[in-house]
Write a protein that binds this ligand. Structure first.
Ligand SMILES: Cc1cc2nc3c(=O)[nH]c(=O)nc-3n(C[C@H](O)[C@H](O)[C@H](O)COP(=O)(O)OP(=O)(O)OC[C@H]3O[C@@H](n4cnc5c(N)ncnc54)[C@H](O)[C@@H]3O)c2cc1C
Length: 403
C-alpha cells in the first residue's frame, strides 16, 4: 500500500487524479461537499473535447489538452460512452476578424491540431456548415462532444474498484499541517493524510486559505448562460460553430454546440456571477460578492472590460441582444428559434492582485498540500493528462516549496 492521499473536490480533475493514484496502489479518499459528483463546472459545461486551437504553444493548456483529448477519446471507447467527432468551425464573419483568425491558425499549427483546414471560400464553408455566414474559417474535424458528468462517474467507478473511497456530502472546512502530515476536517469527519491535493474549482482559493496559502490568485466567478435551438430548427447547425475569440478576454464567445445527445445549444455568454455557485441572477451570496468587490484586482479588470461587461449583461437580460450575437453566424436564425434553458455554468477563472488574468493551468505547493489554483477550460478535456502531470511534477516526492 502506498501513501494515504486525500483529494478535495469530486469534479473531473479530482476524480481523474483519484483514479490514477488508486491504480498505482495509493490509499485514496475523495472528499466532495455536494451529494453527487460533477455538481459544478464538470456537470455544467459545453461538453466539448477541445483539439487545442487557441492555447499559447508550449503552455500547459496546449500540451495537456493535446494529450488529454486522445486520453478522453480512448477512455470513452473503453467504457462504451458516447464520443462524437462533430468537428468545429471557427468563423471570421467579416474582414476585421481575419487577422485574429490567422493567429488562431498559427497557434493551431504550432500545437499540431490534427487535420486542421484553412477555409477561404464560401462553397467549402457551406459544405461543412450549410447555414453559416463568414469570409474565412478554420476547421478542426477531430473536435468532439461528450458528456463529462458520465465520464466522471465512470472514472469514479474505477476508483472504487481499485479500493479508493469517495465520500459525498463531506465539505472540507479546515486543514492543518501536523508533523509532515495533513489533518483535514469536515463537519462529519476528520482525516489524516500523507498528502492532500485540492481540486476545488470555484472554491479553490477559499480552500487554499485553510492551509495558509496566498489568497492570490483569486477566483472571480463568471457565469455562462445557454439558450437551446428548438428541435425543428436544429438542422441549422451540424457541428460546432465558434466565433473568433477576443484575444483580450479569456472566454471563447457565444457559440453553437451540437451536443452528444443531439441537442443544439447557443452560448455560453460571460456575466459576473453574484455567487461562486450562482447559476441564476437570483442566486446572490453577499459574502462572495463582497469578497469579489474587495479584491484589488477586480477594479482594474472592471475598468479594462466595462464596455464588454455591459454588453454581456444586457444580452443576458434581453433576448434580442443575445439573439443578435448568435445571428451573426447563422443569418437564417429567428428569435423564436431560441428557447431559454435552465442550463448555465459558472467558470472558475483565477485572477491576480492587479486584475491580471492567469491564463494557464496553475498549481501551488504548501508543504504536503498541492493546490490546483487554476483549471478553467480546457481542463475537462485535459483531465486525464492533468492527473498524470500532477503525479509526475507535484506528487512524485515530498516538497515544502511554493512554486
Ligand atoms: C460554462 C462552461 C463551459 C465550459 N466548457 C468546457 C468545454 O466545452 N470543454 C472543456 O474541456 N472545459 C469546459 N469548461 C471547463 C471545465 O468544465 C472545467 O475546467 C472543469 O470541469 C474543471 O474541473 P474541476 O474538477 O477542477 O472543477 P469542478 O468540476 O468545479 O469540481 C470542483 C469540485 O470541488 C468541490 N468542492 C469545492 N469546495 C469544496 C470543499 N470545501 N470540500 C469538498 N468539496 C469541495 C465542488 O463541489 C466541486 O464538485 C467549461 C466551464 C464552464 C463553466
Amino acid at each position: 500500500m502506498g501513501d494515504a492521499l486525500g483529494i478535495i473536490g469530486g469534479g473531473i480533475v479530482g476524480i481523474a487524479l483519484a483514479r490514477a493514484l488508486a491504480a498505482r496502489g495509493d490509499e485514496v479518499t475523495v472528499l466532495e461537499k455536494e451529494p453527487r459528483l460533477a455538481a459544478h463546472q464538470t456537470g455544467h459545461n459545453s461538453g466539448v473535447v477541445h483539439a487545442g486551437l487557441y492555447y499559447a504553444p508550449g503552455s500547459l493548456k496546449a500540451t495537456l489538452c493535446a494529450a488529454g483529448r486522445v486520453r478522453i477519446r480512448d477512455f470513452c471507447a473503453e467504457k462504451g460512452l458516447p464520443y462524437r467527432e462533430v468537428g468545429k468551425l471557427v468563423v471570421a464573419v467579416d474582414d476585421t476578424e481575419v487577422a485574429a483568425l490567422n493567429e488562431i491558425e498559427r497557434r493551431s499549427l504550432a500545437n499540431a491540431v490534427p487535420d486542421l483546414e484553412r477555409i477561404d471560400d464560401r462553397s467549402r464553408l457551406h459544405e461543412i456548415e450549410p447555414h453559416v455566414a463568414g469570409v474565412a474559417a478554420v476547421h478542426s474535424p477531430h473536435t468532439a462532444v461528450v458528456d463529462y458528468a458520465s465520464i466522471t462517474e465512470a472514472m469514479a467507478q474505477d476508483v472504487r474498484v481499485a479500493g479508493g473511497h469517495i465520500l459525498l456530502g463531506h465539505e472540507v472546512t479546515a486543514m492543518r499541517s501536523e508533523t509532515g502530515r495533513v489533518r483535514v476536517m469536515t463537519a462529519r469527519s476528520e482525516h489524516v493524510f500523507d498528502r492532500v491535493v485540492v481540486c476545488a474549482g470555484l472554491q479553490s482559493d477559499v480552500v487554499a486559505r485553510f492551509i495558509g496559502a496566498d489568497p492570490s490568485p483569486k477566483i472571480l466567478p463568471f457565469r455562462g448562460e445557454y439558450w437551446a435551438l428548438r428541435p425543428e430548427r436544429m438542422d441549422l447547425v451540424r457541428g460546432l460553430i465558434y466565433p473568433v475569440p477576443d484575444p483580450r478576454f479569456p472566454f471563447l464567445g457565444v457559440h453553437f454546440t451540437r451536443g452528444v445527445y443531439d441537442d443544439v445549444h447557443v452560448g455560453p455568454n460571460a456575466v459576473p456571477a453574484l455567487a461562486r455557485e450562482g447559476y441564476r441572477w437570483s442566486q446572490v451570496s453577499v459574502g462572495d460578492t463582497w469578497e469579489s468587490l474587495r479584491w484589488p484586482g477586480a477594479w482594474p479588470l472592471a475598468r479594462q472590460h466595462w464596455r464588454m461587461g455591459v454588453d454581456e449583461v444586457t444580452a443576458s437580460l434581453l433576448k434580442p441582444r443575445y439573439f443578435r450575437k448568435a445571428r451573426r453566424f447563422v443569418p437564417e436564425l429567428r428569435m423564436s428559434d431560441l428557447e431559454r434553458t435552465a442550463v448555465a455554468g459558472v467558470r472558475a477563472q483565477a485572477w491576480g492582485r492587479q486584475g491580471e488574468l492567469l491564463d494557464d493551468f496553475a498549481v501551488d505547493q504548501v508543504g504536503a498540500v498541492t493546490l490546483v489554483r487554476n483549471a478553467p477550460s480546457p481542463a475537462a478535456t485535459s483531465s486525464l493528462a492533468i492527473a498524470d502531470h500532477l503525479i509526475e511534477h507535484h506528487l512524485a516526492g515530498r516538497s515544502s516549496s511554493l512554486h
